[in-house]
Ligand binder design. Structure first.
Ligand code: GLV
Ligand code: MN
Ligand code: MN
Length: 409
């Protein structure tokens, strides 16, 4: 029996593993991440799975099929969060998948394929600025040089893995081969307002928008806030402010495009000092890769011009880029049927947010099921879903799993 109370209760329980007192922040390879992973491994075992932490810190549970060693249907989502996060983004998908396996296990039912549930250790990319580390390791697309990326304290991913008790040289063991994974399916909150607006509990995802992430550094001249006349300043923060508005203007030019400066840091950061150095991040997304790439070049062009005009040196660095990830038509059809079997209207919609399927697509076709969230709010502690919608999502996912056919229909 699927238990929506248990799903909601477990989302609450994971939210307590946080570095932010009174809120939720849980980044990759942190003590809180370890505690959340351990809790999830325990729930996987309770649901009849063999469970382990893999070499990148993903929590992986396996429920064998009719006989041991069959290829798997992979399910899951992520266990890391943004800063001051909600408690459903990522976690709901992992917990719902475990709930579906628990329901199978309670009936002692085995399917003609294995099920693996993965709680990916990093999807948000908050700590190291580069995303999808858990799922890229599973897909075998995590290049060795990525391990040199450092967090704000200068700790590299390789060192963080060691501090966590993992060995970077074992990362190859995380990689799964095409054929071992029949398909990947993820349940996730919508993070947008479409389902709520249309009065629908769930929707079937068609594609995940592509993204580009960059970092820009502006170097002006720090100076005395009282003595340097306005006309003689090379204020890096004023230049950055103009850059932020340029990003907004360029992204507003097309309704399919979004552009965000999510983090900005001014140095030296004192009330009476003209900022000499600024670093900011840039996140650009679109449902078409050409549109996104064109926008990124327009933005770079615009901010270079701003830097030049203000005598501020600009340096940019591409952090990560991912093209649009389309969900597989044969899997969308199976998900549509699972929705319809619950007596619900089938609504297909794209995803503006990124998901682990973007990486897993390198080894398997992907599908996603969205669950309505209140006001479309996410990446915010106000993120909220109802137990009824959690139940509906889990029932649809369960139907999808139990009627899954690996051969494209
Ligand atoms: C993850 O939530 C992302 O889309 O950045
Ligand atoms: Mn997120
Ligand atoms: Mn997410």
């Amino acid at each position: 029996m699927l238990s929506p109370e248990r799903i909601m209760h477990r989302c609450d329980a994971l939210a307590r593993h946080s570095e932010l007192p009174g809120g939720l922040t849980r980044v990759f390879l942190s003590p809180e991440g370890r505690a959340a992973g351990d809790a999830v491994l325990g729930w996987m075992r309770e649901a009849g799975m063999q469970a382990r932490l893999d070499a990148i810190g993903n929590a992986v549970g396996r429920y064998e099929g009719g006989h041991a060693g069959l290829p798997c249907l992979m399910l899951g989502s992520h266990l890391d969060t943004v800063r001051d996060a909600g408690r459903y983004d990522g976690m709901l998908g992992v917990i719902s998948a475990i709930e579906c396996v628990a329901a199978l296990n309670s009936r002692k039912k085995r399917l003609p394929f294995a099920i693996e549930v993965v709680g990916f250790g990093d999807e948000e990319g908050v700590r190291f600025g580069t995303t999808l580390l858990g799922s890229r390791a599973v897909a075998g697309t995590l290049e060795a040089q990525v391990l040199e990326a450092k967090d704000a304290k200068g700790v590299s991913i390789a060192d963080a893995l060691r501090d966590f008790g993992l060995e970077p040289k074992d990362l190859g063991s995380v990689k799964r081969k095409r054929g071992e994974v029949l398909a990947y399916a993820e349940l996730h909150i919508e993070q947008g307002p479409v389902l709520e607006t249309e009065g629908l509990a769930v929707g079937v995802v068609t594609a995940i928008n592509g993204f580009s992430r960059l970092r820009a550094r502006l170097r002006g001249v720090a100076g005395h806030a009282g003595t340097v006349p306005m006309g003689l300043r090379r204020d890096a923060l004023a230049a950055a402010a103009e850059c932020v508005l340029a990003v907004e203007r360029i992204a507003q030019a097309d309704p399919e495009l979004v552009g965000t400066v999510g983090r900005i840091e001014a140095r030296p950061g004192a009330i009476n000092v003209i900022p000499g150095e600024v670093e900011f991040t840039l996140d650009v997304r679109a449902p078409r890769d050409d549109l996104r790439q064109k926008a990124v070049s327009s933005i770079l062009h615009a901010i270079e011009a701003i830097g030049k005009a203000r005598g501020v040196a600009l340096q940019t660095e591409k952090l990560q880029e991912n093209g649009v990830a389309a969900c597989a038509p044969w899997l969308m059809e199976q998900m549509d049927r699972a929705v319809a079997a619950e007596g619900l209207p089938v609504r297909r919609l794209p995803s503006g947010a990124g998901h682990d399927g973007m990486a897993i697509q390198a080894i398997a076709d992907i599908a996603m099921l969205f669950v309505r969230c209140k006001g479309g709010v996410s990446h915010n502690p106000a993120e909220s879903i109802t137990a009824e919608d959690a139940a509906t999502g889990a029932r649809v996912l369960s139907r999808f799993i139990e009627s899954f056919h690996a051969v494209p229909s």
